[in-house]
Ligand binder design. Structure first.
Ligand code: FBP
Length: 252
């Protein structure tokens, strides 16, 4: 079993995600949060068990002597400029390069249902093998997409199948959207077995909505959250981080 202690607290997880500059483009940013130094300050506040970014941000901004928050390098990614409705996320970084940058874990996205799922699965298999040989936890983003699952991305059938894919492929943690139904989440957690399920933050939510997502997720078996925009786009980013940490780590 991979040692997950470097990226968990009380066995639970709260990651700050900052790969949206590649995935969505600068449209997500304002002057303050376009600056990776500001995001790393937030990530280093003590509330997070990991900071997720692409290799360029890690290379230019992450400093192991200054930042205590564990680094998680995303090994693949895509842009919104690609017109293909069947998403493909190519590999952009190796496990070895991520380790050299200081990574304590690596991340990878697969889009189950996409016509291109096979090369992503093959690539992930290689990454999983190398990372685990080196003792690094592997986090798999599983976002059902493409014509085959259109309109069913958050359905019980597809969500539960996608969660199981994470276990079958050897991920330590899987990151998925909250399915909007606690019973479906429980089923996803059940079929994911020993692969821990993390709930994604998604687009803007109010304070109450965000805390409710966290509470519901934790009550129904999730092992934590990976949040991006709902933290660093918020005026009260640190207050939100503190509150999420209390919910997730069960600290009063
Ligand atoms: P957010 O909390 O900002 O949604 O980030 C989570 C995340 O998984 C990021 O890691 C990734 O960049 C983004 O969502 C992908 O969003 P999508 O593919 O849904 O546009």
């Amino acid at each position: 079993m991979t040692d997950l202690s470097p990226i968990t607290r009380n066995g639970k997880t709260l990651f700050l995600a900052y790969d949206q500059g590649l995935e969505h483009g600068p449209v997500d940013f304002n002057e303050k949060n376009a600056d990776p130094s500001y995001i790393l300050e937030l990530a280093n506040s003590g509330y997070f068990t990991g900071f997720i970014c692409q290799k360029g941000i890690a290379k230019h901004y992450y400093d192991e002597t200054k930042h205590d928050v564990p680094l998680i390098v995303k090994l693949n990614g895509k842009t919104k400029l690609d017109p293909d409705p069947e998403p493909y996320s190519p590999r952009l970084c190796s496990v070895e390069e991520a380790i050299d940058l200081g990574a304590k874990a690596v991340g990878y996205t697969i889009y189950p249902g996409s016509k291109h799922q096979e090369p992503m699965m093959n690539d992930f298999a290689r990454i999983e093998e190398v990372a685990h040989t080196k003792g690094l936890p592997v986090i798999l983003w599983l976002y059902p997409r493409g014509e085959a699952v259109k309109g069913k991305e958050k359905s019980k059938e597809v969500s539960v199948y996608a969660a199981r894919i994470g276990l079958e492929l050897g991920a330590d943690m899987i990151k998925m959207y909250y399915p909007d139904d606690p019973a479906v989440l429980e089923e996803m957690v059940r079929v994911a077995g020993r692969a821990k399920l993390l709930v994604s933050g998604g687009a803007k939510q109010s304070d109450e909505e965000l805390y409710n997502t966290a509470k519901q997720g934790m009550e129904h078996g999730a092992a934590g959250m990976a949040v991006g925009r709902n933290i660093w786009q918020a005026e009260n980013a640190l207050e939100r981080a503190e509150k999420l940490a209390k919910i997730i780590f069960n600290e009063q």
